[in-house]
Design a protein around this ligand. Structure first.
Ligand code: CA
Length: 681
């Protein structure tokens, strides 16, 4: 696209002149592009490209790869504009590479402060990608800044701190920004860390703050920031603001060009337990809701709450897909979402009217949605405050942030789903006293942790097996037309194409193409990694490409990579060296049972959110397989920040030397138990 430099001020940017109209007309004008997070504003993740199709996909091969220098999870959804791919790593570093050759055009390192990694919800830093708009690339950093970069040269144009709101614990951002209507919209993460959720709109050109919408009310002794909160506050009880309340907009935001509306999906409550969060009940608006906002003013048009009085970490932050469809004989403009709670919602996006709400995943917490009231009917036999138990969906949801894809011609949604139960029980002290003691500098989930949790789980029995499924789902009838079981319960985002294909990766490292009619597996590639990021496709010249970001697998000594595929390509991925995952013989155990109980408590307070319950790490370092030399450096790592560059902060403010040693001994005790169970001598 041509541009003219203006006489006043700095020169106009010269690349990636994407605007609302261009994104809106992507199907008509640019079938080979991927201009926004979900390809176009409607978030379909469906491409009209068909060179790679049911017949030809057998010839799909690797063209080139780009190494991504991190070993954290990678969730970036690439954007492809004017022959350039823009993608991010876990630390929000942006790369612009030639989409044809993979050659670097520029990289931008926002120097994300590594110390924020510990304030992640679930195991280290994450970034889901950028927005490209009006010659700029916008990245939101894990330490909660929003940065505008000149798309032509990778130089910073402006930067704002989006966390300019009081917080005891740093805000983080994992989601991609949304750019539309002259603004950039961004939320934040961390409902588990006592945050109050909000979404902020900034002027795309200058970075000036236009408005902020808080998703939950603050301290009622202070003025409401905007009128919607006065109504919302009537649905809360107790002293929720002291722990923030939650409701963070940590993932999905969708712009509706037809109705000039921004939809934001809000997160769960803090703490998870509603009895603790809002004693006496209440719906707790606007938790777990789709909220429709005016993009110019931030005023609310309507809301729909998927899980009133959320009690299960059931966020409505999952992707929201826009479509025009005939429902019961009437042409409707709909927004569709499969939030964590297991129900698939079809709403009229003019006013939020509920049109459909079929279950798409296995669930025990509710029986159905009452279509008169629009509310879920909770299962009266599943009350975890009375009876601690495994509940489906668990806190990771039937569907999480991994985006789904919509084929409008077939009226089918391809949803990445999993059956992953969570064991819900009230904390021991609250159970005994009825008084909740908030925990400092650690997650406030309001559920049982540590040894008490282990004891309850032993009493309740083993959980149902964790499974991942890709489902072709009809939003109107609720029918699952086909489903395939993934090799892993860890599943990736989805791409659908006019070639009759559905692409998805999973935690086993497999990257697969299925027949969109039948679910038949037509092609598979081993990435030797773990794929959770959504694939994208684009065309340059006469060649259709498929691209996906693969994270490293714990099974290999390896890094992340961007993989690009095309028909007839034959590049090979070298097999990385495998990691020995057997738990080694442990250093001597010197702790008493009482000391181990203390170590257990401390471990679950400060370490478990990244390193796994009972020291069974799966995403980050599995501490049971620490070598003798790592044991030797343990205190330097934990108290002096020896591995800060990898995201392991110093805990010197939280743990003294004795406590650190108790944690180390607890890890040894867990390793010994698991070694014995594995029959290791
Ligand atoms: Ca959550």
């Amino acid at each position: 696209m041509a541009f003219t430099a203006t006489a006043q001020g700095p020169p106009e940017p010269s690349a990636a002149m994407v605007d609302d109209k261009r994104i809106d007309r992507i199907d008509e004008d640019e079938p080979g592009a991927w201009l926004a997070y979900g390809r176009g504003y409607n978030e379909h993740r469906f491409s009209p490209l068909a060179q790679i199709n049911r017949e030809t996909v057998k010839d799909l091969g690797l063209v080139w790869t780009r190494r991504i220098e991190v070993r954290h999870r990678l969730q970036s959804s690439p954007i492809v504009v004017d022959g350039v791919i823009y993608y991010t790593d876990s630390w929000s570093v942006v790369s612009a590479v030639d989409a044809d050759t993979g050659e670097t055009i520029w990289t931008f390192d926002p120097k994300t402060r590594k110390r924020v990694a510990r304030w992640s919800c679930c195991g280290g830093p994450i970034n889901r990608g950028v927005a490209v708009y009006q010659g700029r690339v916008y990245t939101a950093t894990f330490d909660a800044r929003l940065v505008a970069i000149d798309a032509a040269n990778g130089e910073k144009v402006w930067e704002v701190d989006t966390a300019d709101y009081r917080s005891r614990i740093p805000y983080t951002i994992s989601g991609a920004p949304l750019a539309a209507a002259g603004k950039v919209f961004i939320g934040n993460s961390g409902s588990e860390w006592d945050h109050r959720g909000y979404v902020t709109a900034y002027d795309a050109a200058t970075g000036e703050k236009a408005w902020r919408f808080f998703t939950v009310p603050g301290d009622p002794s202070e003025p409401f920031e905007h009128p919607e909160l006065e109504e919302a506050a009537k649905t809360w009880n107790g002293e929720w603001w002291k722990l923030g309340g939650g409701g963070t907009v940590w993932n999905a935001m969708t712009y509706d060009t037809d109705l000039h509306t921004v939809y934001v999906g809000t997160g769960n409550g803090t703490p998870w337990s509603r009895r603790i969060r809002s004693p006496g009940g209440g719906d707790n608006l606007f938790l777990s809701s789709i909220v429709a906002l005016h993009p110019d003013t931030g005023r609310m048009k309507w809301y729909y709450q998927t899980t009133p009085g959320d009690n299960w970490d059931y966020t409505a932050t999952q992707d929201m897909v826009l479509a025009d469809m005939v429902v019961d004989g009437e042409e409707r403009k709909v927004v569709m979402q499969a939030p964590k709670n297991g129900f698939f919602y079809v709403l009229d996006r003019r006013d939020g009217e509920l049109l459909r709400a079929h279950a798409y995943g296995a669930m025990t917490w509710a029986t159905h949605i009452d279509m008169e009231t629009g509310r879920p009917v909770e299962n009266p036999d599943v009350v975890w405050e009375e009876k601690p138990q495994w509940i489906l969906p668990g806190n990771t949801g039937s569907h999480n942030w991994e985006p789904m894809a919509f084929d409008a011609r077939k009226g089918l949604m391809y949803i990445p789903t999993h059956d992953t139960p969570f064991f819900f029980a009230l904390p021991e002290d609250y159970q005994k006293t009825g008084v909740y003691s908030p925990r400092e500098r650690t997650m406030n989930l309001g559920v049982a942790m540590g040894a008490y949790r282990v004891k309850l789980i032993e009493e309740a029995g083993e959980p149902p097996e964790r499974k991942g499924f890709l489902k072709a789902f009809d939003p109107l009838t609720g029918e699952t037309v086909w489903k395939v079981r993934n090799k892993s319960a860890t599943i990736g985002g989805v791409l659908a194409t006019a070639g009759g294909l559905v692409f998805q990766g999973d935690g086993s490292g497999a990257f697969s193409a299925y027949d969109s009619e039948s679910g038949e597996l037509l092609w598979e590639f081993d990435s030797y990694g773990s794929i959770i990021a959504p694939p994208v496709t684009y065309q340059l010249g006469n060649t259709q490409y498929v691209a996906v970001v693969a994270g490293s697998s714990f099974a290999y000594y390896d890094y992340g990579k961007l993989l690009v595929f095309a028909l007839g390509a034959v590049a090979e991925l070298s097999v990385p060296p495998t990691r020995d995952l057997a738990i080694p013989k442990q250093p001597p155990m010197t702790a008493s049972a009482e000391e181990l109980a203390q170590g257990d408590k401390l471990y679950h307070q400060f370490c478990a959110s990244c390193h796994g319950y009972r020291a069974r790490g799966h995403r980050n370092a599995d501490l049971r397989i620490m070598s003798v030399s790592v044991h030797g450096a343990f205190h330097k790592i934990v108290r002096e920040g020896l591995l800060l560059e990898l995201g392991m902060d110093s805990f010197s403010e939280d743990l003294d030397e004795t406590e650190t040693e108790l944690i180390r001994l607890y890890i040894i005790s867990r390793a010994n138990i698991d070694r014995e169970a594995a029959g290791l001598q």
